[in-house]
Write a protein that binds this ligand. Structure first.
Ligand code: NAD
Ligand code: ZN
Length: 249
């Protein structure tokens, strides 16, 4: 085993209460492009701001067009070795919570109990009415959208229906943020995997953990904005490194 693997393994072994924090980088090995790497889906399309989504039917139509265009990629994606290693840390009781910026549902698909995954940017595998909160399945939206091209309205209250994701400009989900802050404050090791750590308030969580006395480990292909405050920085591919460190295939 190389030094990076050994260092990561030692940090995990020494810890009692680990929080794993993930970004788009943990899912690239599952075939889902990340946000900022060249060639990513979002590299070619400017994200739709929440205010613009709310302001016009035309933007809502465009948002739903994009959503269903990206869907086959998401539907085909399976958890990779990185997700499996994180699930193993939870199974062993080493990690109590996984805080994710991802909206792809792959942590749950890897077998982590739902209540241990804190999704601070929501989930794109279903939709919600912004007025009454009704959950709407995508399969119930797709046929009508494909037929009419009209964005969906809530069947209960007529409100605007949006994927259950948090868009730029949209308020963060308060319960999830509170839970994420609590976990960050009370862990003794915070491991950030595959996040550029530039999107706030999410990127404030590793800072909070560090300030509360936890060790901070960052695993990311490229430098991040928080490398200088971390105790251990590993510029490596997540799947192989974490898989080796945790001892799973
Ligand atoms: P980001 O794209 O800003 O950063 C991802 C980082 O991961 C990059 O710095 C990249 O170098 C690194 N990376 C990519 N593949 C890697 C690998 N195999 N090993 C190690 N490092 C790797 O992502 P972010 O910080 O998570 O923020 C992007 C925002 O966009 C998030 O808020 C998220 O909600 C959303 N998003 C989600 C998904 C998803 O659900 N899978 C995908 C794209 C974007
Ligand atoms: Zn409604």
């Amino acid at each position: 085993t190389d030094d990076d693997v050994g260092r990561l393994r030692a940090a995990i072994e020494a810890a009692e209460r680990v929080v794993v924090f993930t970004g788009a980088g943990i899912s690239t090995e599952s075939g889902i492009p990340d946000f900022r790497s060249p060639g990513g889906i979002w590299d070619r399309m400017k994200p739709i701001q929440f205010q613009d989504f709310m302001a016009s039917d035309e933007m809502r139509r465009e948002a739903w067009r994009r959503k269903f265009a990206i869907d086959p990629t998401l539907a085909a994606a399976r958890p990779n070795r990185g997700h499996r290693a994180v699930a193993e840390l939870v199974r062993r009781g080493k990690a109590g919570a996984v805080i994710t910026q991802n909206i792809d549902g792959l942590h749950q698909a890897s077998g982590i109990p739902e209540e241990r995954v804190i999704e601070i940017h929501g989930n794109t595998t279903y939709a919600k009415c912004l007025d009454c909160g009704l959950r709407v399945e995508l399969d119930d939206i797709r046929p009508a959208f494909e037929r009419s091209g009209e964005p969906p309205d809530c069947r209960a209250c007529g409100g605007i229906v949006k994927t259950a994701t948090i868009s730029f400009g949209q308020p963060m989900p308060p319960d999830e943020m509170r839970a994420a802050e609590r976990e960050s404050q009370f862990c003794d090791l915070f491991i950030a995997l595959g996040s550029s750590l530039v999107v706030f308030p999410a990127a404030g969580l590793p800072v909070l953990a560090k300030r509360s006395g936890a060790g901070l480990v960052i695993v990311n292909r490229e430098p991040t904005d928080l490398d200088q405050i971390a105790d251990l920085v590993l510029h490596r591919e997540i799947g192989a490194l974490l898989g080796e460190a945790v001892g799973i295939d």
